[in-house]
Design a binder for this molecule. Structure first.
Ligand code: SF4
Ligand code: FES
Length: 251
């Protein structure tokens, strides 16, 4: 049964992109273990406002694991200590009474800090803009079953499409690589007939943009896969590499 707990929070505070930043410590009492992590931060902010202090800036939108906005590093893990969930799906019952919880923003060259716990994840949008779409004319809507797609391909494409662009993969990677994200976006299209046509060109353009934006190379540490809230598999990276080699051979 959920109970109320007292916790100590060590929260990264940074006034802007150029500020050095540092941790500040806050005590919170009587937090319901039934509340979500973001609700707990709401309580912290209410407390700070009541004390005449600046509330902590953090990103969130849907609060139900869909939008990918809640980019927090909690106790050394992107999205916290639980697996296959986003920060907004994390509940305080994961923490014990008297726990000390460290909260940081994503740390990655590709995601500069805007303020406190909020980072600029626009780099992922730019990678999508570089090629994460279908631009060939696919005609009208075909009759059902007119284009048979193997069940396995459809399943893999759906799994890849579950990527919410949260950025945990790059934040977890010691090289700051965005390969899991790029591979998910390439795979969800490359596995289906409409996306296959441009698959190689797409992979090349998205990887070039990823490199240009300062993301690192993949060395197969699998940290991205371990921390991904949607369990996106690194087998997608192998598919991305295949498409990339195909594009290079076509040059
Ligand atoms: S691959 Fe996973 S960790 Fe990376 S952006 Fe997509 S959902 Fe987030
Ligand atoms: S706030 Fe949308 S996924 Fe967490």
């Amino acid at each position: 049964m959920d109970k109320n707990i007292d916790i100590t929070l060590k929260v990264w505070r940074q006034r802007g992109p150029k500020d050095k930043g540092g941790f500040e410590t806050y005590q919170l009492k009587g937090i319901s273990q039934g509340s979500s992590f973001l609700e707990m931060l709401d309580v912290l902010n209410e407390q700070l406002v009541n004390e005449g202090k600046e509330p902590v800036v953090f990103d969130h939108d849907c609060r139900e694991g869909i939008c990918g906005m809640c980019s927090l590093y909690i106790n050394g893990h992107p999205h916290g200590p639980d697996s296959e969930i986003t920060t907004c799906q994390l509940h305080m019952r994961k923490f014990d009474d008297g726990a000390t919880i460290t909260v940081e923003p994503w740390r990655s060259a590709g995601f500069p800090v805007i303020r406190d716990l909020m980072v600029d994840r626009y780099a992922y949008d730019k990678i999508i803009q570089a090629g994460g779409f279908v631009s060939v004319n696919t005609g009208g809507i075909p009759d059902a079953n007119a284009i048979p797609i193997p069940k396995q391909d459809a399943d893999f494409a759906m799994d890849a499409a579950s990527c919410i662009g949260c950025g945990a993969c790059a934040a977890a990677c010691k090289n700051g690589s965005a390969m899991l994200f790029v591979s998910a976006k390439v795979s969800q299209l490359a596995l289906l007939p409409q996306g296959k046509v441009e698959a190689a060109r797409r992979a090349k353009a998205m990887i070039a943009k990823m490199d240009e934006l300062g993301f690192g190379n993949c060395t197969n540490t699998r940290a991205c896969e371990a921390e991904c809230p949607k369990a996106v598999s690194i087998s997608n990276i192998a598919r991305l590499n295949r498409e990339y080699i195909t594009a290079k051979l076509q040059d």
